[in-house]
Write a protein that binds this ligand. Sequence first.
Ligand SMILES: Nc1ncnc2c1ncn2[C@@H]1O[C@H](COP(=O)(O)OP(=O)(O)OP(=O)(O)O)[C@@H](O)[C@H]1O
Ligand SMILES: [Mg+2]
Length: 388
Amino acid sequence: MMSSDEADDVLPREDEMLKTKKDKYKVIALLGKGGYGAVYSVLRMSDSEKFAIKCEKATAAKKVLLMDCNVMKGATQIKSRHFCTVLDRANVKDRFNFVVMKLIGKNLWDLRQDRPDGRFTLGTALKTAAQCLVSIEHLHSFGYLHRDIKPGNFAAGRKESNEHHTIFMLDFGLCREFVKRAEGKDMRAPRSTAPFRGTTRYAPLSAMLQQDQSRKDDIESWLYMVVEWTSGGLPWRKLKAHDREKVLQYKQDVRTKADILDDFFYNCPKKEFTRILKYVDSLGYYAVPDYKFIYYCVQHAATANKIKDTDPIDWDPDRPYYGPVEAPGDGKVIDLEVEGGASTKDFSKRHAKEKDTSEETKKAKKKTAPSTGASPNKEKTEIKDVKK
Ligand SMILES: Nc1ncnc2c1ncn2[C@@H]1O[C@H](COP(=O)(O)OP(=O)(O)OP(=O)(O)O)[C@@H](O)[C@H]1O
Ligand SMILES: [Mg+2]
């Protein structure tokens, strides 16, 4: 078996030139790395504009990039401002597949780490929470669950593109369609058991109990994430993936033990967050969450704490907040124009006829992009989906 370092040799190198049918892109720096591949910033040669590319190794057991593509296309269709659009894509034979997308800024994990006290101010936590909730409703509105809602999978836009206050949702590798599109958009029935997918720290109870997830579960993970931003750390923050049973116990205790609930909601607007927790827990698998109700609980927490719409956001303290202030929709699921089932087609096969797009494949130097850009302590997704 190859070591992961050897396996990473197939990934793009700094300064490597990547060619697609439309353009050429020069690799600048590594932004993040996961089990299946990595994300880099690149320069588009035709106009010197910066973009991001997400690469998936040709050998990756689970091809996640096609799911990323289909989800981003759905988001383009509904014109959501909380998603990056796919602008180009290609593959480098025997090395990796890649998609080109909008370059955005730091993820919400790193932005919290930048804070001196390890937490966002309440105003920032609530403004960011509201935007993330809207992005989740958008994703659900075209029929997908995220199943890996966590701070590393949301990021702020770039200052240079005037999107510094807009939150983007990322990483659709674990998404799953929850509707049967061919059958009048009925929901898929839950499987009797579903293997664990995602990240233990933020996973909803149903995932931890190996039950199929539904829309309410993305919201449960959203709440854990928002509480972490506000309090500075979840009570189970020291437990790792192999302690999943203990984390499950903690999450159950939050529901039954007042002292654990107090610890969980440390520094949080307890009244409003308890309402949200109780509401989410009251929903069943088939329920359409009332996103607007949750949104108004967040707004209420802001008003009760005298937070104004224009109060600056932590990562841009000198300017009034100009991020989108929009309420989520009502959860109605729309029709989607996608090219076939996302889970069945292999990305590399679609591009099999395209020639090798790397100009440097043959004269490849043993040089890897610096790893300084990736956040080392970020909670990693433990298990990616493996579909037959
Ligand atoms: N379009 C983009 N612009 C800028 N940075 C990005 C972009 N897409 C991803 N990133 C960065 O790369 C990181 C990893 O991206 P992503 O979550 O899509 O991949 P991943 O490998 O599945 O992550 P993980 O396995 O850690 O969950 C993100 O946390 C973010 O910091
Ligand atoms: Mg991720």
